[in-house]
Design a protein around this ligand. Structure first.
Ligand code: C2E
Ligand code: MG
Ligand code: MG
Ligand code: MG
Length: 280
């Protein structure tokens, strides 16, 4: 290893950079293999109404239990999958597995209204998102309202991307599929995209929720988001709600729904079933 980093240093890489590159190459190989042999698992985190506690749906969160390294968090592997292009296939797999799971639940009489699936920008820009959604809805018999697509403001950073993403999202939105802006308030885009994008929901980033009960500034920002969502007729969901005090402020301000450890952690399908029984 000393010899290798020495060579890389001669080419202008630091030892750390060389190691990071190696790690990335390793992970790319492992991701490919996991995708091929079904090595990923879905977890689900419930979303409930803040006004009456009704279960509105669940967010689908990808998990990678690695045979040697244990559970690798999405924040570690999603960026690598995005860089090497594997995210397109990975997000397609998640959407497929999620809607099939929801259809099984409905067949068992577990009437979870909807699932929210995260999509990285490349998935929106490459290939057959509309085809895949239409095919899955036809195969499962689920209504379009059973699916919400979560996208981030990152998508709107680039004007060309922005224009290419609007088309498929508009068509799906027109069908009745939900479109949500995830991590709302943390991106760098201007609010103009709220007028261009065919969205149905804003998801307040958890950084605004964390100190909501203590910081009047955060309260003011969330109040402004409530006004904005109302005026634009968008559903408003808060993420990362950990305490009853936070939920109480959100309720007072008029936020529609919430999600977070304070309600339930993301969990495997079997645990969600148990959690939902008696609540639906
Ligand atoms: P996200 O979509 O914003 O998901 C919310 C994240 O917050 C999840 O992290 C969730 O476990 C975590 N979380 C939920 N409640 C709380 C809370 O009360 N407190 C705190 N501190 N955290 C909470 P996770 O599962 O590690 O996912 C991280 C990110 O990875 C997601 O952020 C999303 O951007 C991405 N991701 C996850 N699954 C997928 C996927 O299937 N496709 C794509 N493209 N991205 C995904
Ligand atoms: Mg999300
Ligand atoms: Mg989020
Ligand atoms: Mg977030």
């Amino acid at each position: 290893a000393a010899k290798l980093s020495g060579r890389n240093t001669a080419r202008g890489f630091s030892a750390e950079q060389a190691q990071a590159l190696q790690e990335k190459a390793w992970m790319e190989g492992e991701l490919r293999e996991a995708l091929a042999r079904g090595g990923f698992v879905l977890h689900f985190q419930p979303q409930c109404s803040l006004q009456d506690g009704r279960v509105l749906g669940a967010e689908v969160l990808l998990r990678w239990p690695h045979p040697q390294r244990g559970l690798i968090p999405p924040d570690r592997f999603i960026p690598v999958a995005e860089e090497c292009g594997l995210i397109v296939a990975l997000d397609a797999w998640v959407l497929d597995a999620a809607l099939r799971q929801l259809a099984r639940w409905h067949a068992q009489g577990l009437a979870l209204p909807s699932l929210a699936v995260n999509l990285s920008p490349p998935r929106l820009l490459h290939g057959d998102l509309q085809d895949q959604v239409l095919r899955l809805l036809a195969q499962t018999g689920l209504p379009p309202s059973a699916l919400t697509l979560e996208v981030t403001e990152r998508l709107m950073l680039d004007e060309r991307q922005d224009r290419r993403a609007v088309e498929p999202l508009s068509q799906l939105r027109a069908l009745g599929v939900g479109v949500s802006i995830d991590d709302f308030g943390t991106g760098y885009s201007c609010l103009g995209y709220l007028r261009r994008l065919p969205i149905s929901e804003l998801k307040i980033d958890r950084s605004f929720v964390h100190e909501l009960a203590e910081r009047p500034e955060d309260r003011a920002l969330v109040a402004a988001m409530v006004t904005m969502a109302r005026g634009c007729r968008l559903q408003l969901v808060a993420e990362g709600v950990e305490t009853e005090a936070q939920a109480q402020v959100l309720r007072e301000l008029g936020c529609d729904a919430y999600q977070g450890y304070g309600l339930a952690r993301p969990m495997p399908a079997a645990e969600l079933e148990a959690w939902l029984r008696g609540r639906l």
